[in-house]
Design a protein around this ligand. Structure first.
Ligand SMILES: [Zn+2]
Length: 416
């Protein structure tokens, strides 16, 4: 396969609209492309028009290395602010622009092309490379949940999540980078000096999980001139709010060495109907980014206990409803896949690659939930233009990732 074809495949993927839906069209395209190279793929339907795709190469005897890429994208955003058509992969000055090109059609394409190249070259792999092209990652890792539940990750020793793991090189020394990357100014200077490329990348070995829940308080409406006839739903919710704030303050000392502490944010508050009525309902939503040191279930049990206490003490009716529960990913920085990714990535990307943790989640959450022993890394072409207008990928970096994925697959299965 020639480089022009690499670029065409990426442009073709960008031209398929897959905003939180229609991933079946991406699966169609990849299935045909793989079939052209004699690789059979299997469709795993999630819903009408939404198919995951699974494909394998290798001899099926050694370890299984997974590659995960999601086929959905976020919405196009304000079209007037795009300098190109977001549904046409347009190359300008070495960058391809388009919705989803960085997050993460370039990563998905690079993984698929790497498989094809290995297969076409007749490389004897002692083991299996398994591609998971998933649906609905942006709205709760729907496809990854489904594939994990159906056992597609049970036998995997490692998995590469091909999500964007880079930033423009000049961003590394800007103040905004300080809170995102746990590096001293000296370390950042060293990185930039050693970098012979356009972007700085990172091997992401850990990311936080999510525990999002809503607390509903039920009261009794009454005229505000006769409040004794009612029960104000806001009152116990405020008590709960204070308790939960104290709880998180107490938890702040519990830190993951890479990820830091869990971070709670109260994101929604709703209460009351009008100014002269005792409120019959009130609710509050909290989104916590969680760490391995306190599992989502353990935290949820603590929070439920706080609500039970308030219910008892104030004859209140607080109930907790979980909106989303995703595990953190936390691979040992010394795990073989992490170190191999670092070594091979540094060679191909011509830079030093720090091993870090980030806050945002990926398809890894349901995968590590199902297979806690798996070595998972997030490492792929793309950058911070994800979810923004004028999203782009650096084409040089995209090409380098294809080659480094090929190298990584060979080395990982060879036990090197
Ligand atoms: Zn993504």
């Amino acid at each position: 396969m020639r480089i022009a074809e690499y670029d065409q495949i990426l442009a073709d993927l960008v031209a398929i609209p897959s905003v939180n839906d229609h991933e079946a069209a991406v699966a169609d395209y990849l299935e045909k492309l793989l079939a052209k190279h004699h690789i059979t793929a299997q469709r795993v339907p999630y819903a009408p028009g939404r198919d995951n795709l699974v494909a394998e190469i290798g001899n099926g005897q050694g370890p299984v290395l997974g590659f995960d890429g999601h086929a959905d994208t976020v919405a196009l955003g304000d079209r007037a602010k795009w300098q190109t058509d977001p549904l046409v992969g347009t190359i300008k000055a070495g960058k391809m622009y388009g919705r989803g090109v960085t997050d993460m059609k370039a990563g998905l394409a690079a993984g698929v092309i790497a498989m094809i190249q290995l297969h076409d070259a007749g490389v004897l792999l002692n083991g299996t490379i398994r591609l998971l092209a998933t649906v609905g990652e942006e709205i709760g890792e729907l496809g990854a949940h489904q594939l994990a539940e159906q056992g597609y990750v049970d036998d995997m020793a490692g998995i590469v999540i091909g999500e964007p793991s880079g930033v423009a090189k000049d961003f590394v020394t800007q103040p905004a980078a300080q809170s995102i990357f746990p590096l001293s100014p000296e370390e950042r200077d060293v990185l930039v000096a050693a970098n012979q490329n356009t972007e700085q990348h990172f091997v992401v070995a850990a990311h936080k999980g999510t525990l999002a829940f809503r607390v509903d308080s039920v009261g009794q409406a009454a005229h505000s001139s006769m409040p004794e006839l009612g029960y104000n739903a806001i009152t116990p919710l405020l008590t709960f709010y204070n308790r939960v704030q104290q709880y998180f303050e107490d938890q702040a000392g519990l830190k993951d060495p890479i990820l830091g502490p869990a971070t709670p944010v109260v994101t929604l508050l709703n209460a009351g109907e009008q100014i002269n009525t005792v409120p019959a309902s009130a609710s509050m939503s909290i989104n916590v980014r969680t760490i391995p040191e306190k599992t989502n279930d353990a935290m949820l049990a603590d929070i439920q206990a706080l609500a039970d206490e308030v219910n008892q003490a104030e004859q209140a009716h607080l109930t907790i409803r979980v909106i989303s529960k995703l595990s953190p990913m936390s691979t040992d920085p010394n795990a073989r896949l992490v170190q191999l990714t670092k070594r091979i990535g540094e060679k191909h990307l011509k830079q030093q690659l720090p091993v870090i943790g980030v806050s945002g989640g990926t398809d890894a959450s349901p995968i590590v939930d199902r297979n806690p022993n798996i070595e998972a890394v997030v490492f792929g072409p793309g950058n911070f233009s994800a979810h923004q207008v004028n999203e782009y990928v650096d084409m040089g970096i995209y090409h380098q990732y294809i080659n480094l994925y090929i190298d990584l697959c060979k080395h990982y299965l060879a036990g090197m």
